[in-house]
Structure formats: structure tokens, C-alpha cells
Design a protein around this ligand. Structure first.
Ligand code: RB5
Length: 144
């Protein structure tokens, strides 16, 4: 199960990604939003990241207009490693090296096909562990 949420700046791209995941047989928890009514992206980040931290989801997807604000907000939450991924290469590295548990995308930055390819690249890549795990441990030590 994957959890996803967006602000008003990306609800259309969110629905593209939800349909894409469902077409692959992936279960999705869609936390909204579902229309262009203005909301505050830190609130969306909090809802989705709390679900990621529950351990009941494979990873989370966050979207806002640029992906920037919502990724900054997500990374304030202990336990979250949110990667803003605008390319397939970055998505692969976000999994291989950072084992990101949330990815962020920009609804006003990415077209639907590129966004789907970025998501696929993240999902089709594995964490490499080893020295990268030690660095991740150091990231989370910064939370204390
Ligand atoms: C909302 O207008 C916009 O600021 C937000 O979606 C996001 O781009 C912030 O980083």
C-alpha cells in the first residue's frame, strides 16, 4: 500500500499517479486534496508522513505546485526522508542511496508521462545498503 497526498497545486497530477498505480495493481491510500480549493501544503505533508511513519505503507508520495514546499515540510518530521525528484535519475538515486520513504513531485513542473516514469523508476529500484545505510543513520541522528 502506498499513501499519496497533494495540495491544490497538484491535485490533477496526483489523480494521474493514483490511476497509474491502480493500473499496476498497487493499492493506494489517497489523502486528497481532490479539487483546486487552496490548502496549506504542510498540513498535507503531516497527514501523509504520519501514515508513512506508522509503518503500514511501502512509501509516500507528496505533491505541491513545485514539490519544494511540501518536501521541506516533510523533512521536518522525524523519521522522514523525502526526496524531491524531477528526473528518473534522481528517483533511482533517491532509492539506491537515500532509501527515501517519501518522494515529492511538482504538479506545475512535471508533465504526466514524465511523472509516471519518475515514479516507476523509484519503484523499480532497490536500496543498496552498506555505506548508504550508515549515512542514513547519520541523517536521523541529526533529529536528536
Ligand atoms: C501553492 O500555491 C504553492 O506555493 C505550492 O503548491 C508549492 O508550490 C509550494 O512549494
Amino acid at each position: 500500500m502506498i499513501v499519496i497526498g497533494s495540495d491544490h497545486g497538484a491535485f490533477e497530477l496526483k489523480s494521474v499517479l493514483v490511476e497509474h498505480l491502480k493500473s499496476k495493481g498497487v493499492e493506494v491510500c489517497d489523502c486528497g486534496v481532490f479539487d483546486a480549493t487552496s490548502v496549506d501544503y504542510p498540513d498535507v505533508a503531516q497527514v501523509v508522513c504520519e501514515k508513512v511513519n506508522s509503518g503500514n505503507y511501502e512509501f509516500g508520495i507528496l505533491l505541491c505546485g513545485t514539490g519544494i514546499g511540501i518536501s521541506i515540510a516533510a523533512n521536518k518530521i522525524d523519521g522522514i526522508r523525502c526526496a524531491l525528484v524531477n528526473t528518473e535519475y534522481a528517483a533511482e538515486k533517491a532509492k539506491q542511496h537515500n532509501n527515501a520513504n517519501v518522494i515529492a513531485l511538482g504538479g506545475r513542473v512535471l508533465g504526466p508521462d514524465l511523472a509516471k516514469n519518475i515514479l516507476d523508476a523509484f519503484m523499480n529500484t532497490s536500496f543498496e545498503g552498506g555505506r548508504h545505510q550508515m549515512r542514513i543513520d547519520k541523517i536521523h541522528a541529526l533529529e536528536k
